[in-house]
Design a protein around this ligand. Sequence first.
Ligand code: AMP
Ligand code: TRP
Length: 328
Amino acid sequence: MKDRVFSGIQPSGNLTIGNYLGALSNFSKQQDKYDCIYCVVDLHAITSGIDPKTLHERSFEIMALYLASGLDPNKSIIFYQSHVPAHAELMWALNVITPLGQLQRMTQFKAKSAKKDEIQAGLLNYPILMAGDIVLYDAKYVPVGDDQRQHIEFTRDLVEKFNGIYGETFIMPEMLKTKSGARIMSLQDPTSKMSKSDEDDKASIFILDEPKRIEKKIKSAVTDSLGNIDYNNEQLGLKNLINIYSAITLKSPEEIVSEYSGKGYGAFKGDLAQIVVEALRPIQENYKEIISDKGELERIYKDGADKANEIASKKLSEVYEKIGFVKK
Ligand code: AMP
Ligand code: TRP
C-alpha cells in the first residue's frame, strides 16, 4: 500500500505565489507516488472572522485552483473539511488531552491574538483541528510551507500523547517540504512572510493576477542600493526574488547569481516577471474553464466528500472504541 499524503489550504483569501510555491505546486507532484488527500479547510478559515459571502466565494475559488494546478480527482481525494463531520468530532477527543500551555505558546496563535481585543477559543484550538485532519487519514506526509512547521511538531506531540494514553492508534506524520519555495517573503518587506491577507497589494503576487500586474509588482519589489546580483542576508529583498526564480526554474541560487553577474536588477526583475507570468499562465487558463462549470465542480467535491467520509468515519470509530465509548 502507498503511504498517504494529506494537506489543506484555507479558503480565506486570494492564493499567493507563496501558497503556490510553498504548498500547492507540491500537491500535484505527489499524486503518482502517494495516496493523496487534499482538503479545503473551511472549518479553519472561520477562525479569521471571514464573512459568509467571502467564505463561500473563496471556497469555490480554492477548489477550482486545486484542480487548475493539476490535482486530478481520479488520483486524489479532493473535498471540503465541513463535508466530513469526523474532523470536528475528532477534534473534541484531542482537545481533552491537549495541554493549554502548549497551545498558548504557539507562535501563530501569539501573533494572531496580539492583534485582537477579544481572543476566541477557536484561534487557540486551531492547531488541534489541524492535527485531527492529519491523523484522521493516517497521513504519513504533509506538504506545507515552512510557517506550518510548529503545527506539524504539535501534531507529532499529540500523536505520541494519544497513543501513550489509549494505545497505538495514530501514525507519526512528517512534514514534506519544497526546497526554495518553502518561505516566500513579502515583496515590500522581505523580513515578513508573503501573505494572502497583506493590506499592501504590492506585497503579494496572487496566482490569479494579470500579467501586467505581476510585472509591475516585481519591478517595484524592494531591493537595495548595492546594485550587484548576489545571494546573501544583506540583500534580503533580492534573495527572496532569487528564491522565487529558483523555485520556479529549479535552478540553484548559485546558478542564478552567476547567470546574472554583472547585470543590473532591472534585467533580472524583467526576466523574473516573465518566468512568473509563464508559470502561472496555464493555471490561470485552466482556472477560467473550471470555475465556469459549477456543476462539474460540485460533482467532484461531492464525490471527494463521500470517499473522505468513508475513511474518516472508520478511523473515528476506532478512536471512539479506544477511548471506551459504547459502540452504537
Ligand atoms: P494558508 O494561506 O495559511 O492557508 O497556507 C496554505 C499553505 O501555503 C500552507 O502550507 C503554508 O505553509 C503555505 N504558505 C503560505 N504562505 C507562504 C509563503 N509566503 N511561502 C511559502 N509557503 C507559504
Ligand atoms: N494550518 C494550515 C495553514 O494555515 C492549513 C491546514 C489545516 C492544514 N489543516 C491542515 C495543512 C492539515 C496541512 C494539513 O496553512
